[in-house]
Design a protein around this ligand. Sequence first.
Ligand code: GLU
Length: 423
Amino acid sequence: MPEELNPFKEAQQQLDEAAEIMNLDREAHALLKEPRRTIMTNIPVKMRDGHTEVFQGFRVQYNDARGPAKGGIRFHPQETLDTVKALAAWMTWKCSLANIPFGGGKGGVICDTKKMNEAELEALSRAYIRSIAQFIGSEKDVPAPDVYTNPQIMAWMLDEYATIKGHNEFAMITGKPVDLWGSEGRVDSTALGGMFVMREAAKRMKINLKRATIAVQGFGNAGKYAYELSKELFGSNVVAISDSQGGVYDPEGLDLDKLEKAKKATGSVDSYEGKNSRKVSNDELLKLDVDILIPAAIENQVRGDNADKIEAKLLLELANGPVTPDATRILFERGVVDMPDFLVNSGGVIGSYFEWQQNVSGYYWDTERFHSELDRFITKSFRDTMDMQKDYASKGKKIPERMAAYVIAVDRVARAMKARGWY
Ligand code: GLU
C-alpha cells in the first residue's frame, strides 16, 4: 500500500488535527497516538487437501480507559497490521462518541474467504480464537463481525472460547446468531443507525428523502441493508450500487430481487440488467450526480484525486475510513456535508452494546426496544456533533463535521485516562 494511503497514518493525522483544534494535553496525545497492546499470531489450519496453511492474525487493543476493548474481526486478503491499528483507533472514537462503556479494538486475519470452504472457515475461526483467547473476554475485549465475517463465524468463536474456559460466556463476542442470544436487530443495525443519521442530516439540509437519489458503494453487512432501508423507511431512489467487482447504475432505480439474482449468478451485482441500467466502476459510482452518496465498503475510496468530482451534497460514511484526510479538507471547502464514519456507522457497535448488555444481565429486549434505543443513542451523537461544530463556528473557527466528532470522542477518552492517573 502506498505510504500516503496507509490508514493508520491517516488515523494518526486525524488525531493530530483534532489535538490541535482542542488543545489536547501533550501526554494524552502521546498515549492516544499508538495502541496500548498489539497481538500478532501465526495460525496453522489443516486445509481440505491435507496441507497446513499458516495464516497471519492480529488483534489490536487500542485503548481501554473507558471499558473493555471493542471491535470487529475482519477476514481480508489485503489485511495489514496498520489497517487493523487504524480500525482499532476508529473503534475507540466510535465507542466514545456513542457514549457506550467500551474502549476500542479490532482484529483481522489475512485470508481470502472466497477461496475457502465452510469446514476451512470454521477451522480458521476456531484457531484464531484459540490464538487470542487469553487476551479477550466480556470484561477485557469483545470482538464482533466486520468485513467478510458474520454471525455464524461469531458462533464458532463463542463455542471455541466456551470449550477453552469450560463454561459459556455469551457476552465475550457480539453479532451472534439470535439462537445464541444475539439480538434480532443487530444484523442491520449498522445500516439502520446510518439511516437515522441520514434522516437528521437531511432534515437540517432540507433534502426531501422521498425524492432524493442515492448511490451506495458496497453490498455487504452495511451496503445491502442501506439500500433496502433507504427505500423502505424513506422511499428514496437508490440509483446505483456496487460490490468489490464493480457496480450498476439505473436512474429509474434498482430492484433488490434482480440484484441478488445477478450477484448469485455471476458473483457481482455489475451483471444486473435493467431497462436503463449501465455498468459503472467503483470510482465512477462515487462521482455520479446524486443527492446522497453512501460509501459502505472499505477505506480510502474518496481521496485527494477524486474528492473534487463528488457531486453529492451529502456524504454518509457507512464504511470505516472511506474518506482520506486530504479529501475531507477538499469536501469541506466545497461545502459537501460529510458525515464521518465513526458517527454514521456507530449503529453496529451500539447494537453490539445492547447485545452485550443483555447477555451480561440475562434480560432480553424485543426488537422494537432495540430500534428505539438505537435511534435515541445515535441521534444524540449526531446532535452533539452538530452542536460542537456550531460552538467552534461561534468562536470564529469553522471545522469539518469529522473534527467536531473527534473533539467530543477524544475529550472523553482523555478525561477517563486522566481520572485513572495515566497522565
Ligand atoms: N465491525 C463493526 C464496526 O466497525 C462493529 C464492531 C462491534 O460491533 O464491535 O463498527
